[in-house]
Ligand binder design. Structure first.
Ligand code: FAD
Length: 320
């Protein structure tokens, strides 16, 4: 069976969920071979094997942490040459897309970004993308070279399928450009204890209806009762009620969780663009005519200051 390279997103060997989703999707088109760069390959290998990696190609070098992107492209290209895979899958993060695009240029291949599903096809893997603010789904196939495909987080439920996961060292020769952009400092982001917005299985977002920074703890409490990430509309972040890093939409982050709850958000096209592929959408809005109700699975017409605390209380009591 053809091998499929899966680029591993991890923190010191702790594999992040989008990679497990990629391994699950990779198994539909071939045998997953994971590419692990940086420290922690031995730790990661157990998880990667559990989710179907037949092999883990590992390389560790200071360049991966000390310089931006290019050393990782050098390594992924080395893995590509070693394996001659049927496809290369990379998580759709900002960095992932840059790595994938650079690899595609180097190996003369077509690329598909932000896939939300992947299936085997007679002439190569077929990727589904959600386009035009998620108002259309398209299916495409790379027609030139080895398909390089980036896949959005939450596109598949990770399924375990134990495989060997044998760790093999990958020899990487860094090119001249590898040391072109040096990382000069790192400041860890203050942890909220909540999941990363773009990867979270549940997102609770607040909009202008939240009516002030002082009311955002209502949204945070509901999010915490569900183990969710917190998002916000542009109106809310522009008003300074919540950080810009939490903005969902066309000019913010794109999320695709299992459950998206929008409170006090009207559903403007630019907001939809960042959340419309969510599996289940719930809106709480006091205006029954709000456009958000056109796309929801469940809608609550009501005042969020009444509805959200009751919802939080009910969820918390059911958990207890
Ligand atoms: C180029 C461009 C890019 C943009 N990018 C983005 C983007 O990335 N993300 C984004 O979100 N927007 C973006 N926008 C802005 C977008 O057009 C909307 O203005 C914005 O999404 C509106 O935010 P909102 O829904 O919170 O506010 P509003 O549209 O004002 O809606 C507030 C809603 O809250 C409801 N409400 C009020 N009080 C309550 C209450 N007590 N209980 C329940 N409901 C209540 C109201 O009925 C209303 O429906 C962009 C715009 C442009 C032009």
């Amino acid at each position: 069976m053809a091998e499929v390279l899966v680029y591993v997103d991890h923190v010191d060997g702790a594999v992040r969920k989008p990679t497990l989703e990629l391994l699950t999707l990779a198994r539909r088109i071939g045998e997953p071979v994971a590419v692990h760069l940086g420290a922690g390959a031995d730790t990661a290998a157990a998880t990667l094997a559990e989710y179907g990696a037949v092999k883990v190609l590992a390389a560790d070098a200071p360049e991966f942490a000390d310089y931006l992107v290019v050393p990782k492209v050098d390594a992924l290209e080395a893995a590509y040459k070693a394996v001659s895979p049927a496809a290369v899958l990379v998580p759709s993060s900002a960095e992932g897309k840059e790595i994938a695009a650079r690899l595609a240029v180097r190996i003369g291949s077509g690329i598909i970004t932000d896939a939300v599903d992947l299936e085997a096809g007679d002439e190569g893997p077929v990727a589904t993308q959600s386009v035009f603010a998620a108002s259309y789904s398209t299916k495409s196939r790379v027609t030139k070279g080895t398909p390089v495909i980036t896949v959005k987080p939450n596109s598949a439920a990770p399924e375990a399928a134990p495989a060997a996961g044998t760790v093999e060292q990958l020899a990487v020769a860094f090119g001249e450009q590898a040391t072109g952009t040096k990382v000069v400092s790192r400041t860890p982001r203050e942890s909220t204890g909540r999941p990363e917005l773009t990867e979270a299985a549940i997102v609770v977002s607040g909009g202008r209806g939240v009516n002030g920074a002082e009311n955002f703890p209502l949204i945070e409490s509901l999010a915490d009762s569900l183990g969710a990430a917190v998002g916000a509309s542009r109106a809310a972040v522009d008003a300074g009620w919540y950080p810009h890093t939490n903005q969902v939409g066309q000019t913010g982050k794109s999320v695709s969780p299992q459950l998206y709850i929008a409170a006090g958000i009207s559903g403007a096209i630019q907001h939809r663009a960042g959340m419309q592929t969510s599996k289940t959408i719930v809106a709480i809005n006091k205006d029954a005519e709000a456009p958000i109700f056109e796309l929801v699975d469940y809608g609550v017409v009501g005042d969020l200051f009444q509805v959200v605390p009751q919802l939080t209380e009910e969820i918390t009591s059911r958990k207890g």
